[in-house]
Design a protein around this ligand. Structure first.
Ligand code: ADP
Length: 401
C-alpha cells in the first residue's frame, strides 16, 4: 500500500501522512525527492546536513546534481558513464546501494555513501543515501583480523603438514596400515587448511588493493604451456587425458594449428600462474577419471584468449551466475564430496580484472566446462621495445614504459 494512501488514519487513529513525514524528518538517511527532470521537490534534514545546502527551502527547485556531487572512493572524479546515480536519474531505472563519496557542497568534506534511487508513480525520483563510514571501518577491521589470523595460522599448519608427510613416508617412519589411513586423512585436512589460509590471505590483500600486478612483457603460449606441463603428473594420477594446445572439438585431430602463433601479453607472471593453477586445479578436481582437460592459448585481435576446458561434472545455469562470488560453491551430490573453499574463482576474477582482463565460463550440468580468460595483448614490436627498456633498466638505463 502507498505511504500516503487515501485511508489516512491508522487503527490507533494517528494520521499516516503526519507519521510518514515524522519518519522522513527524523531518520539518519538522506532523502531527496525530485520530479522527473531532477528538480528537487523535497529534501529531509539528514540530506540537508550531508549535502551542506543551507536550508531545505534553498534546495527546493534546484537540480539534484548541484547537491549530490559524487567522486570515486579513491578521490577520482566520476565520469558520467560511471556515475550510476546520473544514469538512474536520466533513464528512470532504479539503483540499489551504489557506493561512492559525497562531496560536501560548502566544505568539500568527503563522506562515503551508498545511494539508491526508486522511481515512483508519475516519474518522481526518490533518492536515498546513507553514510557508510562505520561499515567501511568495520569491514577494514574484519579484513585486518582475517589477514593477521590467516598469516599466524599458516606457519603451524605448514609444520603439521610437514610432520604428517614425514610420518607417511616409509623412509622416515614405520606405521601400521590403520594408522596410515588416519594420518593420510589428517594430512589431506591439513593441506586443505593450508589452502584456505593462503586463499583468505590473498583475498584480504586483493580486496584492499595491497596485491597489485607487476606487469612484464610475456610470451604467452610458452608460459602457459610451461605452467600446464606442471600438471601432467597430477592429471595422470587422476586418470585424466591432459592436452595443451588443443580444444575439445579438434582434440582427435591433434594440435590447434593456430598454436604456431607466437602471442605476446603484458601481464603479471605470478598472477598468471595463480590464475592457471586455480583453473587447472578445478578442472582436475571436477572431472571424473577417464575424462579430458584441454588448455589452449590464442591471439584474438588485441586480446590473448586462454581457455581451460574439461569434460567433467559441469555447472548448472543457476550456479554459473554465482561461481565467481566469494565463498560460493555449487551444492550437489558431486561437489559435496570434493573439497574446496569457494575462494579460488573469486581470486581468479580479482587477478584477471586487476590486469585489465575478463574471465567467464561456459558450462552445462553434466557436460563439462570451459573457462575463458581474456588478457591485453601486445605486438611483437611492443614486446621487443619493452624488453629492451627492461634490460636497459637492469643495466642502470631508462625505466620501462
Ligand atoms: P572451490 O574451492 O570450491 O573449488 P572455486 O571458487 O574454485 O572454489 O569454485 C567455485 C565453485 O565453482 C566450485 O565449488 C564448483 O562448484 C564450481 N566449479 C569451479 N570449477 C569447476 C569445473 N571445472 N567444473 C565444475 N564445477 C566447477
Amino acid at each position: 500500500m502507498s505511504l500516503f494512501s487515501k485511508k489516512n488514519q491508522t487503527d490507533s487513529g494517528a494520521d499516516k501522512t503526519v507519521l510518514a513525514e515524522m519518519a522522513l524528518m527524523t531518520i539518519h538517511d538522506g532523502v531527496i525527492i525530485t520530479n522527473k527532470n531532477g528538480a528537487v521537490q523535497f529534501i529531509n534534514p539528514a540530506a540537508v546536513a550531508m549535502t551542506e545546502c543551507a536550508t531545505a527551502e534553498n534546495a527546493t527547485g534546484l537540480d539534484y546534481g548541484l547537491l549530490i556531487k559524487l567522486e570515486t572512493k579513491e578521490g577520482r572524479e566520476l565520469p558520467e558513464n560511471e556515475n550510476k546515480l546520473i544514469i538512474a536519474m536520466k533513464t528512470g531505472q532504479s539503483l540499489d546501494r551504489f557506493a561512492a563519496c559525497l562531496i560536501g557542497t560548502k566544505s568539500g568534506k568527503r563522506i562515503p555513501i551508498a545511494v539508491s534511487v526508486v522511481v515512483a508513480d508519475g516519474g518522481n525520483r526518490i533518492i536515498t543515501f546513507r553514510d557508510i563510514t562505520k561499515e567501511l571501518a568495520e569491514e577494514g577491521e574484519q579484513a585486518e583480523f582475517i589477514s593477521t589470523a590467516s598469516h599466524e595460522m599458516r606457519t603451524p599448519v605448514a609444520s603439521i603438514e610437514g610432520y604428517l608427510s614425514l610420518a607417511l613416508n616409509p623412509q622416515t617412519a614405520s606405521i601400521d596400515e590403520r594408522a596410515r589411513g588416519y594420518l593420510a586423512a589428517a594430512h589431506a585436512a591439513s593441506q586443505h587448511l593450508g589452502h584456505l589460509f593462503k586463499d583468505l590471505l590473498d583475498v584480504t590483500k586483493l580486496d584492499d588493493g595491497h596485491l597489485r600486478p607487476v606487469f612484464r612483457p610475456v610470451e604467452m603460449v610458452g608460459t602457459v604451456k610451461q605452467i600446464s606441463d606442471g600438471y601432467l603428473v597430477a592429471a595422470k594420477n587422476a586418470k585424466l587425458n591432459f592436452q595443451f594446445g588443443a580444444n575439445k572439438q579438434n582434440a582427435v585431430g591433434g594440435l590447434d594449428r593456430r598454436l604456431d602463433q607466437v602471442v605476446y601479453g603484458y601481464v603479471d607472471v605470478n598472477f598468471l600462474h595463480e590464475i592457471m593453477d586455480n583453473l587447472i586445479d578445478n578442472a582436475i578436481k571436477y572431472t571424473p577419471a577417464g575424462g579430458s582437460i584441454y588448455v589452449n592459448v590464442l591471439g584474438d585481435g588485441d586480446r590473448v584468449l586462454i581457455n581451460v576446458t574439461d569434460t567433467g561434472i559441469g555447472i548448472s545455469s543457476d550456479d554459473l551466475q554465482h561461481i565467481f562470488q566469494k565463498f560460493y560453491r555449487a551444492d550437489n551430490s558431486d561437489t559435496r564430496t570434493i573439497g574446496g573453499t569457494g575462494l579460488g574463482l573469486y581470486l581468479v576474477k580479482q587477478r584477471v580484472e586487476a590486469m585489465g582482463g575478463r574471465v567467464w565460463a561456459e558450462s552445462a550440468f553434466g557436460e563439462g566446462s570451459t573457462f575463458y580468460v581474456s588478457l591485453p595483448r601486445i605486438t611483437g614490436e611492443e614486446y621487443e621495445k619493452r624488453m629492451i627498456a627492461i634490460n636497459n633498466t637492469n643495466n642502470g638505463g631508462v625505466q620501462p614504459q
